[in-house]
Ligand binder design. Structure first.
Ligand code: GLN
Length: 275
């Protein structure tokens, strides 16, 4: 089979299976299968693929047709200008999470200690380490698989010495620690929200009880109980959770100041709590 025929077959198959990005995804899968850049693929459309290449290509197209994320197929995702490795043990970094990083960079004290809870692929911690010269960054997760991926991503950018990786269930390992900023993109999806786009990603990175608020409520309580005293807590949320999280925050921290930031789609996405 020639490259041009493989591409055509891929486009048609993914289109029939309602994959909106069928064009780009087919190209990415072909490039990945034959380990060539897009420019090469497009200028060698008469190149004859080997039987094995065709087999691998079709297998991946079939996977993609069942909504398996393209980032898990190719093994990477761009975030904040970095090419990050991902696999099925970590949530695929979302563009809206870049807002969380931007918001943190704006208020970060250059020497301060920052804790990224639920780091997953390390997207947030690595982006912060790349952009903050002297900050001390801790990346934590309760999944060893995630921490190992985060470490790999830090190593790619030679930032592994700037980040300390700690396995912890939320703040359990950080009692009485002096931290300036806590940043977190914890699971916040409601348990009954079943969507094809996220069904291949780790359940534990997405869902948080019936309300989607179990993790954030627990975190707020731990901040108070464990005497952490951060200056800021910066979190990503679902827009409809703004009110209830603000209310809970005020209940626990009377003097807290709350600021909301909208993502590029105009939806409330980040809460900046100043204690
Ligand atoms: N934004 C993600 C989604 O809806 C959820 C991320 C999270 O739970 N932290 O797919």
């Amino acid at each position: 089979m020639k490259i041009k025929d493989a591409l055509l077959t891929g486009f048609q198959f993914l289109k029939e299976h309602n994959i909106d990005s069928y064009f780009l995804d087919t190209e990415l899968i072909l490039c990945f299968t034959i380990k060539k850049k897009k420019e090469w693929v497009l200028s060698n459309s008469d190149f004859e693929l080997s039987v094995n290449q065709v087999k691998r290509f079709k297998k991946l197209i079939l996977k993609r047709s069942k909504n398996y994320p393209i980032a898990y197929i190719t093994g990477y995702k761009y975030f904040f200008g970095l090419k990050l490795k991902v696999n099925k043990h970590v949530l695929i970094p979302r563009p809206e999470t870049e807002l969380l990083v931007e918001s943190t960079l704006k208020v970060a004290d250059p020497q301060g200690q920052i804790l990224d809870i639920g780091t997953g692929s390390g997207a947030i911690a690595v982006s912060l380490a790349k952009n903050l010269e002297n900050a001390k960054i801790i990346a934590s997760d309760n999944s060893s698989f995630a921490l190992s991926m985060a470490r790999k991503n830090a190593r790619t950018y030679k930032l592994n010495k700037k980040i300390k990786f700690v396995k912890s269930d939320l703040l359990e390992k950080f009692k009485n620690l002096k931290i300036n900023i806590i940043i977190a993109n914890l699971p916040y999806v409601k348990n009954d929200w079943d969507h094809a786009s996220i069904k291949h990603e780790p359940h534990s990175a997405l869902y948080s009880g019936k309300s989607g608020l179990v993790h954030y409520f627990k975190l707020l309580k731990q901040i108070k109980k464990y005497n952490i005293n951060p200056k800021y807590l910066i979190i990503e949320i679902s827009p409809e959770q703004v009110e209830i999280i603000s209310k809970k925050t005020k209940e626990l921290f009377v003097n807290a100041n709350i600021e909301i930031k909208k993502d590029l789609a105009g939806l409330d996405r980040v809460i900046i709590i100043k204690f």
